[in-house]
Design a protein around this ligand. Structure first.
Ligand code: AMP
Length: 146
């Protein structure tokens, strides 16, 4: 897409600190990292959200996220990582990207730990689970992206 900054990075028209490139994916440093070494993994093809990503690209994109997450401790001395995807809400670039954020105990990151609530009862949680299962059953006939 011509006005997409991540398509521009994929095309090589916008500079980025690349850490991975293959025929389906590119990964580069987030320009405003949560912690230094924060990586974004993107499909080369423009797809806005995870729901839009064709089924055949899910494994390639997440395999690269997994590979980077495995490499970060050796590369940076961190202990682990946080993997996240914003879909539409809080998504500032509408080209799917998987955040791989290096984590170290005591690093002070609190922002990813959202306020938690509780279900009022077992019946309420069962109702939520049932509604999600029903939607998955309806979608099963036409899996997204397959
Ligand atoms: P999100 O808010 O989940 O959509 O994340 C988008 C991320 O893209 C943000 O963390 C930005 O810092 C990052 N970002 C935006 N433009 C660029 C760019 N040109 N190069 C690298 N990272 C970028």
């Amino acid at each position: 897409m011509s006005d997409c900054i991540f398509c521009s990075i994929v095309a090589g028209s916008t500079a980025a600190d690349l850490v991975w490139s293959d025929h389906q994916t590119v990964a580069f440093l987030d320009a405003r990292p949560v912690f230094k070494g924060h990586v974004l993994v993107v499909p080369r093809q423009h797809h806005a959200t995870l729901a839009d990503l064709p089924g055949g690209l899910v494994a390639p994109v997440f395999a690269v996220a997994r590979r980077i997450s495995a490499a970060l401790p050796g590369a940076l001395g961190c202990q682990g990582s946080f993997i996240g995807v914003n879909n539409t809400v809080s998504q500032s670039v509408p080209h799917l990207h998987v955040h791989v954020v290096p984590r170290t105990r005591g690093d002070g990151l609190r922002g990813f730990f959202w306020p938690r609530t509780r279900y009022a009862s077992a019946a309420e949680s069962a109702d939520y689970a049932g509604r999600i299962r029903a939607a998955l059953d309806r979608a099963a006939a036409t899996p997204p992206g397959d």
